[in-house]
Design a protein around this ligand. Sequence first.
Ligand code: FE2
Ligand code: FE2
Length: 370
Amino acid sequence: MKDMGVTLQQWIDFLDIDQEIIDTLRDFFPILAPRIDRVSHAFYRRVLNSPEAIKLFADEDSANRALAHQKRHWLEYVFAGRFDRDYVEAALRMGKTHQQRGVDLRLFSGAYAVVLSEVNAIVMENVPDPQRQKRVLRAVNFAVFLDLGFVASVYYDAYTDDLASMAKDLTVSLARAGEYRDADTGEHIHRMAKMCAAVARRLGKDLRWVEQLEAASPLHDVGKIGIPDAILLKPGKLTEEEMSVMRRHSEIGTDIIPDNDHEILQMARRIALTHHERWDGTGYPAGLRGEEIPLEGRIAAVCDVYDALRSQRPYKRPWSHEEAVEYLKQSRGTQFDPAVVDAFLAALPEIEDIWRRYGEMPSPSSRGAS
Ligand SMILES: [Fe+2]
Ligand SMILES: [Fe+2]
C-alpha cells in the first residue's frame, strides 16, 4: 500500500495549493462556519431526491449520521485549510467507506458539485469586496477539487487493491495446485517468491519489477499438474523416457497460465517456460543460451535449484546450505548466469533469513521436479 501522505502532497503540488490559498480559506472560515447548515441542507436535498443515493442508506438515521460526518469533514479539514496527517486519515476512511458501500463516483462528484455551488453562493453574498471575493472563490474551489480528487483517489486505490489481492490469491492458489501432489507444504513457493525477489533487488531491478517477479515466480512449476503420478511421485531415479515426460511441465505450465496482458502473468509464463534452460545452452525445452533466456527465468533457475538441493526428496537427503552454495558456485557460467549467481551470493543474508522463516517441513512423499 502506498503512502497516502505522499499522494496528498502530489495533489497539493499539482493543484498549486499554496500558503495564500490556505490563509484565504482560514480567513473566510468565520463567515462560512455559521452558515454550514445551509450547505448541508442543499446536499441533503440532493441526496434525498436521488433514488440511487437514498438506496445507499439503511434508514433515515444512517443517512443523518453520514451527512453529519460529511459536515464535520468540511468544517474540520476542507474549509479550514487543514490538509495534514489527520486529514489523510479522514480522507482514507471516507474513500474506503464509499468504496465498500459501492457509492458510484457519479453520485460522489454530484454531491461535491452541490456543495461547491452552495459555498460559492455564500461567498458572493457575504464577501462584497471584488478582489477578496475573487481570492476566496479561487481558494474554495481549489480546496473542494483537492478533496474530491484525493478522496476519489483513495476510493480508486481501495478498489484496485481489492482486485490486486484477489488476483494474488488466485495466483497463489494456482501455484499451490501445481505443487499439491508432490510437496505437501506450500513453503517451497513462498521461498521461491521471496528468494527471487531478494536476488532481483541485488541485481538492481526496480521495485515494480521485483514485485512482479515475487508474484509470478510461484507459478514456475504449475505444469507439474499435467505429469502422471507414476512419474511425478516415483521414488527412484527416472528413466530417460520418464525424464522427457517430466520435462514437459515447462510447456504445460505455459499452456495453463492465461495469456493475459497483465505483466505478472506474462512474466509467469516466461518463467514456467524457461526455468530449466541453462546458460550454456544445454537446458530445456528450447536450448536457449545466455541472455536469450529471459532474466526472470535465469533468476528462477538459480533459486529453484538451490531450494531443491536443500530440500528432502525421496531419492536424496537435504543438502546443507554450504553444499548448495558450493554447487551454485561450480555451476556459475555453465548451468547458471554468472551475474545471477553473484547476486544470489550477495543476497545470502536474506536467503538464510527466508529459510529461517519458511524452512521446509520434511515431507516423505515429495519428489519435486525442481
Ligand atoms: Fe520445474
Ligand atoms: Fe520448483
